[in-house]
Design a protein. Structure first.
Lengths: 111, 113
């Protein structure tokens, strides 16, 4: 399974766009990139998933370059409630959820 | 749609005692996972079930941890005997077969003293 590298922490202010980049140099051909969000005292929550190029949903966008060795989660106009830990996971789409969580990125949104 | 249910939410036990956690996945989800999350770290997969069969238990400390999923629905995770280093949040998650989007419960926070 591909290993991922993310910044340990990031700070932002309300209303700003936040981009969190994840490196996954040894991503396999059949691997997908998935991002999860975790608030204190809660289980992780799925945000977005993609394979290549760009994926957008009501919460975030995911940018994946052609070589797929990295990906960027983009959170538009963050609010205080977006303060959480964000995990980048890389793994195959088959056989269920078979990916490894790293330490994640702790995002602090300030007023 | 009801989410993944776990109980209890909190548990404090003394070392060498035993403890059990219960999980009820989302209805229809064939795949069930148990994770251990130590404070400040990401969740670590302990065991994955597909219906009532074990798919992956490579990171489960089998000398003290056991898990079962009778009838392919609810699951229990047991620790016997517990050690201080088992203090963590134990998360249960479920997903549909072949889907990488997993839904997590709120977890059980275990403190071993």
């Amino acid at each position: 399974l591909a290993k991922t590298t993310q910044p340990i922490s990031m700070d932002s202010y309300e209303g700003q766009e936040v981009n969190i980049t994840c490196s996954h140099n040894n991503i396999a051909t059949n691997d997908y990139i998935t991002w999860y969000q975790q608030f204190p005292s809660q289980g992780p929550r799925f945000i977005i998933q993609g394979y290549k190029t760009k994926v957008t949903n009501e919460v975030a966008s995911l940018f994946i370059p052609a070589d797929r060795k990295s990906s960027t989660l983009s959170l538009p106009r963050v609010s205080l409630s977006d303060t959480a830990v964000y995990y980048c996971l890389v793994g195959p789409y088959t056989g269920g959820f078979k990916t490894i969580f790293g330490a994640g990125t702790r995002l602090f949104v300030k007023a | 749609e009801a989410g993944v249910a776990q109980s209890p939410r909190y548990k404090i036990i003394e070392k060498r005692q035993s403890v059990a956690f219960w999980c009820n996945p989302i209805s229809g989800h064939a795949t069930l996972y148990w994770y251990q999350q130590i404070l400040g770290q990401g969740p670590k997969l302990l065991i994955q079930f597909q219906n009532n069969g074990v798919v992956d238990d490579s990171q489960l400390p089998k000398d003290r941890f056991s898990a079962e999923r009778l009838k392919g629905v609810d699951s229990t995770l047991k620790i016997q005997p517990a050690k201080l280093e088992d203090s963590a949040v134990y998360l249960c998650a479920s997903s549909t077969q072949g889907n990488t989007e997993a839904f997590f419960g709120q977890g059980t926070r275990l403190t071993v003293v």
